[in-house]
Write a protein that binds this ligand. Structure first.
Ligand code: GRF
Length: 358
């Protein structure tokens, strides 16, 4: 049977089925719920319900009734899909979709032999109308224990999908200088071409255009003292940076002209989630003064590279590159300016297509 062929039972068909079972001396167990994101708690519950009789009928709340019960961000999955997935479970023999918040009308129509309900209810807390309908139908009521820690809400939380949809990519940006790449990121966000937010900007330089850009944009701006050695970022500074990034719940760390070398705990905390922009076509011209290196090597073209950061400098996996020509009268500065214009295009583009599996 193809997916499109699946059809839930109508209420009339379910009632007929119950009568057929009854005629054979079999017992129909009935339960109902939203069953939005199936988890092991559902499966165990349905297995137990099925064991109470000879066949299990599940009534699935329609999309409108789930919205009424759980709020506008639910259900995650549409009613027909939820019914189809349920029907594929070994414990489930039939599925109906129902539009009311309560199962009263179904109980009246189907008159199940057993009515099963999850353990967040007691017999007393069952809806009075449902209880009356069950009494009228002669249905036995069985409350089954809930499986602790297994719920759709817990599943959604673990998947970090907040109510209202997934959150935007949170960036932590590190820089040491002019901050032109940082401004390119902010411009792309403002233009809507990059769906992200900058949670935090960190610099090893107390007074630089990079940090000022963050302050002007109202972004948390942190100066981290690099420590006693001018060219090396000390252990305390490495820890402090990791802590700031962790606290800001950053998804991705962007080195936009950050002139110090990162080590653990930053590298291992954000393993595979730190990217750098470098002004050469790596693997050529690693390290400092890359535009000057390209000129001195007599290159006819150079460019920029966005790459993952690994322990070895400028050697992580390349995510994207852009080429620029080298002109006859270029100086290191003029070439670097041309390369930076290419960086301002490349970096936001790579960020816009970022996923942890990139
Ligand atoms: C860029 O050329 C980048 O490739 C290198 O440092 C420079 C930073 O420039 N790592 P800016 O601070 O973004 O203007």
């Amino acid at each position: 049977m193809s997916a499109a062929d699946f059809q839930p039972l109508s209420v009339a068909e379910a009632a007929l089925w119950r009568d057929e079972l009854d005629a054979r001396g079999h017992r129909l167990v009935f339960t109902n719920g939203c069953f939005d994101l199936l988890h092991a708690g559902h499966v165990r519950y349905l297995n137990q319900a099925r064991a109470l009789g000879d066949a299990l009928l599940v009534a699935v709340n329609s999309d409108a009734s789930v919205r009424a019960l759980k709020g506008p961000s639910r259900p995650v999955n549409p009613e027909h899909d939820r019914a189809e997935v349920l029907a594929a479970l070994r414990a489930v023999d039939g599925v109906v979709i129902f539009g009311e918040e309560r199962a009263t009308r179904l109980i009246e129509a189907i008159r199940p032999h057993v009515y099963a309900k999850g353990g967040d209810y007691t017999i007393d807390s069952l809806n009075p109308e449902e209880r009356a309908a069950l009494a009228e139908a002669g249905s036995a009521i069985r409350i089954l224990p809930l499986v602790p820690g297994r719920s759709t809400t817990a599943t959604l939380q673990r998947a970090a999908i907040p109510e209202g949809g997934p959150r935007r990519l949170r960036l932590g940006v590190l820089g040491s200088g002019q901050g032109s790449n940082f401004r390119a990121i902010l411009d792309a966000i403002a233009a809507g071409s990059l769906d992200a937010e900058v949670a935090l900007a960190i610099s090893d330089q107390a007074d630089c255009a990079f940090l000022e850009t963050a302050r002007v944009a109202g972004i948390e701006a942190r100066h981290v003292d690099p420590g006693p050695q001018a060219r090396r970022l000390g252990d305390a500074a490495q820890k402090e940076i990791a802590e700031h990034l962790r606290r800001a719940r950053v998804d991705l760390v962007v080195l936009a002209g950050f002139m110090k070398i990162l080590r653990d705990p930053v590298l291992n905390t954000f393993d595979g989630r730190i990217i750098n922009v470098h002004p050469s076509l790596l693997p050529k011209f690693k390290g400092v003064n890359a535009p000057r290196q390209a000129l001195e090597a007599g290159e006819r073209e150079s460019g920029c590279t966005v790459h993952l950061v690994a322990a070895e400098i400028d050697a992580g996996r390349i995510l994207g590159q852009a080429r620029v020509p080298i002109l006859p009268d270029d100086t290191p500065d003029s070439l670097h300016e041309r390369i930076k214009r290419a960086e301002h295009e490349l970096l936001p583009t790579i960020l816009a297509s970022w996923s942890p599996e990139t």
